[in-house]
Design a protein around this ligand. Sequence first.
Ligand code: ISJ
Length: 371
Amino acid sequence: MIDEEISNLTTIDAFIQRKQPFAVYRIPGEKVPRLLTQAEGAVRLIYDLKELNGQRGFVIAPFQVSESCPVVLIQPDQWGQPLSVDDDTEEDRKVALRLQGQESFLTSSTEEYAACFHTFINALRDRTFDKLVLSRHLTVDKVADFSPLSIFRAACKRYIHSYIYLCYTPQTGIWLGSTPEIILSGEEDEWHTVALAGTQPLQDGRLPQVWDEKNRKEQDYVASYIRRQLLSLDIHATENGPYPAYAGALSHLKTDFRFALKDNKGLGDLLKVLHPTPAVCGLPKEEAYQFILQNEGYDRRYYSGFIGWLDPEGRTDIYVNLRCMHIEDKQLTLYAGGGLLASSELNDEWLETEKKLQTIKRLIAVPPLKS
Ligand SMILES: C=C(O[C@@H]1C=C(C(=O)O)C=C[C@H]1O)C(=O)O
């Protein structure tokens, strides 16, 4: 078993060294991750989400499509052996030991965040917007023998309710994430999307049952938006929620939307009307989108885009790319954001992004052993 898993580790590293696109992902509720790779030809680059209509592959879409951040579609020609995530391998233990005590987070600028917060909150208080999502990024030193697959395996074990992925293409670089938010999943005539927003920590490991007005309003904006966008495509969904749902050590309010589609060849059109939802952008949508691009002060790249397997003739499982990191040669970049309303407070919102960043931080920085 150990030999097999170490050879999987070697395979993943070899894909990256050979610049061979791959994705490994674990759907919530499933035990075994799936591995896919494209050995032949280049990945497909897409500049308009509509071009996803009729396509099949592993899609990695940015928050904003541009020349430097296209939508990338891996069209696999090989499917890997299932990767077990049950047991700690010798390799995992070695990696954990090497990471002990590594807590050198480089940038975590409260000042930059505070300046953006004030710009955003002014635009909310003068009612230009009902909701705006403000996010930030954090750069962390990478240890020389950091193993993305070990982090992936640790995420699978820890976050059973989330979608876990690790992927690489030459255009996107390496990304890894653990996200609770479906943007589109389903097959045949059963499709599903969610309105997920509002955040609280779990209480003694349990879902909080009391949610304040700000959290409920924040989530309701997302639910109303999704309802509207689906109706614009003449999609009449049945709804369930809002109810508290698990997301690692956090909980969010969630409403499920389930629906049938007249034609599954139009999944690109559907993704185009949904993305970006007010869970990651704001309202009114177009104005909020432009405001974020102009005022957030950094490029989100693939954070708060979407990611996953798209197949109009089989099963589709696509998630919003949250609680994620971009893995580069020397550094890791982590991302997190939160929805602001006119009533938001700077300190609460900062702490919320800290808690969301912990989802990935706790996988990469093992606390030092007590001596
Ligand atoms: C924007 C993020 O998360 C989103 C924002 C939430 C909120 O504002 O409460 C909750 C869940 C997600 O829809 C993130 O994790 O970075």
